[in-house]
Write a protein of this length. Structure first.
Length: 110
């Protein structure tokens, strides 16, 4: 499935929830929440298993990544941006950084 197809199908499951009259706030807050859930799962894998992933851990991470992807997609949808544009632009940025030898530096404008 390509990213734009995912985006369209993901949006079909959206309730277009408004917070304070704004439809962007719900997916942005959801993205933060789901990212926190992923971090918490990874933390517990290191705390409880020394960083050794089980099959169940892997599936739980896949589920959290899917939730994060849904929210990223919904943020893009609410802004009228195709997910493929986001992905392509990110790859171009990273390729430029690699070519200029600043891929491992810090800061947005490198």
């Amino acid at each position: 499935m390509d990213s734009n197809m995912f985006q369209g199908r993901a949006h079909e499951t959206s309730h277009d929830t408004m917070i304070g009259g704004d439809m962007l706030l719900y997916p942005v807050l959801g993205l933060a929440g789901e990212s926190g859930e992923l971090l918490n799962k990874i933390k517990k894998i290191y705390r409880d298993s020394g960083g050794v992933y089980t099959h169940e851990d892997r599936n739980a991470v896949i589920d959290e990544l899917g939730d994060i992807l849904w929210y990223v997609s919904e943020v893009a949808t609410q802004l009228g941006i195709e997910l493929s544009i986001v992905a392509e632009r990110n790859l171009l940025k990273l390729a430029s950084r690699k070519q200029r030898g600043v891929i491992s530096g810090s800061g947005d404008n490198r």
